[in-house]
Design a protein around this ligand. Structure first.
Ligand code: ATP
Length: 457
């Protein structure tokens, strides 16, 4: 079993400004998290890569940004009002609450080595259904006619805009619509840091296809999505497909696979993305509830039909957590007593691309370093640091996951060159100051496993 790194990660995330607990000075809000200066850059990089791969690099997927608040009937049509619930059990003895279908993953608060129900004092109630949607009121009157929901998934904003997008863009089936946005679920048992939270971001794509061609598209998307995770640098042996069996399969789904990632420790392999064949369920439901036709007219073939939908749904926060877990390593440094902590992010995902360090605060070094940092900032996120021992400064950037350290020393001002130090193997190369942007850009484009000093011929 891989070691449990979540605890180390939670403290590093706070110390270095990746992730803070929400409203911490008030004692925190249950399972809601804030992204700090490094975290927001990391998550934005993840979202940008998804958007590029899913929308910009394809001519058969269009982007959308639908509102969080929707007509309440949307959630009746989608089945969320009646069915988006988890079975909840209470323990009368210790007052703890659990998801009845996840008891095997839970701990008895009185005896953490046991599962709820296994300890002699446990008094579990019968399960009752608890709806996970957050309710609020639209307008000044707080009555049942004004109830709206915070969306529990972004997908419905895509379904209700299917014809708007198709007609505006004149896309032909098969084509997709993608969006990134917040979703809210009043989870019974949130936890494991940002793995399961009550407010999170989803990156979802619905691909509309002709019935009968759905399984072929499903297989293609399954593979494309696994490849996307691999290209982020997630280790192959930490990823697996999990197929939903009959019991797990949602009533509307024809097939569903999760992409699971090994978070290590007791959490182990868990879902980070779902790839689903949703049939024509959603569009048919919205047709019925809205009484508006949601058919696609295939003029060339002279036929009309309600398309089937292949959905890919990934949590931006959950995949960011997977990237952090995958990246974190604590290792010995040859010839040094103290080891180091490294966030070995793919350079393209790293919140800061380069640290710029004058070796000393004299002899024109800070001036040259500041000039270089200013030039680099036009292209990349750069951190300038002139305080403390150089080894210390490198270590701080190793923890932030910064792939390149650029040092200006006594020779730099005379020769107009600098040292680039590589985070992963700590190798160094000497390059002309005017070549730095070019060299770093080359490494950012390269596969990250080769983005080290060994590349330099
Ligand atoms: P679970 O069974 O774990 O509750 P789910 O199967 O309901 O999850 P989906 O509705 O398929 O999840 O959501 C798609 C993706 O959204 C998930 O793979 C995950 O990455 C993300 N996600 C879902 N719920 C949460 C949450 N509470 N916190 C963070 N991310 C979430």
């Amino acid at each position: 079993m891989r070691p449990d790194v979540l605890e180390t990660l939670v403290s590093l995330a706070k110390r270095r400004g990746f992730i803070f607990q929400s409203s911490e000075i008030y004692g925190g809000t249950g399972s809601v998290w804030d992204y700090g200066p490094l975290g927001v850059e990391l998550k934005n990089n993840v979202k940008a890569r998804w958007w590029n791969a899913m929308v910009r690099e394809r001519d058969d997927v269009e982007g959308l940004d639908a509102a969080i608040l929707m007509h309440p009937k949307v959630w009746e049509a989608s089945g969320h009002v009646s069915g988006f619930s988890d079975p909840l059990v209470d323990c009368k003895a210790c007052k703890a609450r659990f998801r009845a279908d996840k008891l095997a993953d839970a701990q008895c608060p009185r005896k953490p080595s046991k599962k709820p129900g296994e300890h002699t004092d446990c008094q579990l109630t019968e399960p009752r259904q608890f709806n996970l949607m957050f309710k609020t009121f639209m307008g000044p009157v707080e009555d049942s006619a004004a109830v709206v929901y915070l969306r529990p998934e972004t997908a419905q904003g895509i379904f209700v805009n299917f014809l708007n997008v198709q007609q505006a863009t004149r896309q032909k089936v098969p084509f997709g619509i993608a969006q990134i946005g917040k979703a809210f679920r009043n989870e019974i048992t949130p936890g494991n840091f940002t793995f399961r939270t009550r407010e999170f971001e989803q990156m979802e794509m619905q691909f509309f296809v002709e019935p009968g061609t759905d399984m072929e598209h499903f297989e293609r998307w399954k593979q494309a999505r696994l490849d996307w995770h691999l290209a982020l640098g997630l280790d192959r042996d930490r990823l697996e497909f999990h197929q939903h069996g009959e019991k797990e399969l949602a009533h509307y789904a024809r097939a569903a696979f999760d992409i699971n990632f090994d978070f290590g420790g007791s959490l182990g392999f868990q879902e980070i993305e779902g790839v689903h064949n949703r049939s024509d369920f959603d569009l048919t439901q919205h047709q019925q509830f809205s009484t508006k036709k949601l058919e696609y007219v295939d003029q060339a073939a002279n036929k009309r039909y309600v398309p089937y939908v292949i959905e890919t749904s990934v949590g931006a926060d959950r995949v960011t957590l997977a990237i952090m877990v995958n990246a974190l390593r604590e290792e010995a440094v040859p010839g040094e007593q103290e080891g180091r902590t490294v966030m070995g992010f793919h350079p393209a995902l790293a919140p800061i691309k380069a640290g710029v360090f004058p070796l000393t605060k004299k002899d024109g070094q800070p001036e040259m370093a500041e000039r270089l940092a200013a030039a680099l900032r036009k292209k990349f996120n750069v951190f300038y640091d002139e305080a403390g021992a150089i080894g210390r400064r490198y270590r701080r950037q190793d923890e932030a996951g910064t792939p390149f350290g650029i040092t200006i020393d006594g020779d730099s001002t005379a020769n107009n060159d600098v040292t680039i130090r590589f985070r992963d193997n700590m190798g160094q190369i000497r390059v002309g100051a005017d070549k730095v942007v070019e060299v770093i850009a080359k490494y950012l484009e390269a596969d990250h496993k080769t983005a080290d000093s060994a590349l330099v011929g």
